[in-house]
Design a protein around this ligand. Structure first.
Ligand code: ATP
Length: 324
């Protein structure tokens, strides 16, 4: 192996730049030539590939988003698109590819490796933390910190006016962000996609909060929660049933994706980048780098794609106890 390329794909996440830096510098460290690809898989197809050296990735460890830009490429989903991508890779005599992205990006990576017998290693970058084979994905810790900081601010206004706030956080299919920020910010209730605890329980809990003399209440709701109602419908439902509550809704949206990565994400990204290149160096591929019990591990891409990391349902019990 002489040449390695790296790209970022799918939704951006804080820590992607730190991982890019680690991949480029580890490649240089071991004497490989490194290439960066702009705009994800679409950049492979359009030949947006540039040579990089250790200095190309100066001062990016602290930057959110991805300096390589990300893209969702429809063309890469077609055999013709992937053939173009492969032709550009061969033209530069690139021997291996590191893909920083989510499960969709890994599906593309797996198909690409199978089609052309071309070595690929994945680095999980997504704030949702929903990929199996790693306890933490890049950007998740930063997103948790961002959300907790915002809910703390919402709490200030909620308690000044005796209000109930519904705060919607990201997580269409996974409740990790809602569950952990809910506990971290002292939420009264947490609604997640993995478990339907019923609207009755929500009302009971809010009634109890009011009776026990709380000056404010916060309900953290994941986008894909199981109640079947969106956050505005939930607010209306509670207002109808518990008229003494003055209810407000706050949808946090894309701000959760942005910002400078936390120290945890920078360290994780650095370790993952080093491990990705060292794994390729050992002849390993078709796998995703992950962290399990503080050790860097590889998981076959097939498994990483199929499995979803499970929520820790004990955390729901913790919030039930602590929100009395
Ligand atoms: P996020 O979790 O943030 O959404 P992701 O990596 O899952 O990130 P996707 O948009 O699902 O994001 O996938 C990124 C890109 O991977 C797609 O735009 C496409 O180019 C490629 N890709 C996804 N699925 C396939 C597939 N089945 N075949 C080929 N390429 C694919």
């Amino acid at each position: 192996m002489k040449r390695i390329a790296v790209l970022t794909s799918g939704g951006d996440a804080p820590g992607m730049n730190a991982a890019l830096r680690a991949v480029v510098r580890t490649s240089v460290f071991y004497g490989y030539e490194c290439f960066v690809v702009y705009h994800g898989y679409q950049g492979l197809i359009d030949d947006e590939i540039k040579s990089a050296n250790a200095r190309s990735v100066n001062n990016i460890i602290n930057k959110g988003g991805t300096i390589l830009k990300s893209a969702r490429s429809l063309e890469f989903r077609t055999p013709e698109g992937r053939q173009k991508a492969y032709a550009n890779i061969k033209k530069r005599e690139i021997d291996a590819l590191v893909v920083i992205g989510g499960d969709g990006s890994f599906t593309g990576a797996l198909i690409f490796q199978n089609e052309f017998n071309f070595p690929v290693i994945g680095i999980p970058g997504t704030i949702d933390n929903d990929i199996s084979g790693t306890q933490y994905t890049l950007g998740y810790d930063t997103a948790l910190n961002t959300v907790v900081e915002v809910i703390d601010k919402i709490r200030d206004t909620a308690s000044s006016h005796n209000r109930l706030f519904f705060v919607e956080v990201m997580g269409r299919d996974a409740g990790h962000i809602a569950l952990n920020t809910g506990i971290g910010a002292g939420a009264e209730e947490i609604l997640i996609p993995e478990e339907d605890r019923g609207l009755g329980k929500l009302l009971e809990s809010l009634k109890h909060s009011e009776k026990s003399g709380k000056s404010s209440s916060i309900v953290v709701v994941a986008e894909g929660d199981k109640t079947g109602k969106n956050v505005f419908e939930l607010a209306a439902y509670v207002e109808q049933n518990l008229p003494y509550y003055e209810v407000r809704v706050s949808v946090l949206g894309h701000m959760q994706r942005g910002g400078s990565p936390s120290c945890f994400d920078r360290v994780l990204a650095s370790r993952m980048g080093v491990h990705a290149v060292e794994s390729l160096r050992e002849g390993k591929s078709k796998a995703m780098v992950g962290i399990l019990n503080d050790k860097m591990e590889l998981t076959p891409l097939e498994e990483a794609i199929k499995g979803k990391s499970k929520i820790n349902s004990n955390l729901l019990r913790v919030t039930d106890i602590l929100s009395i």
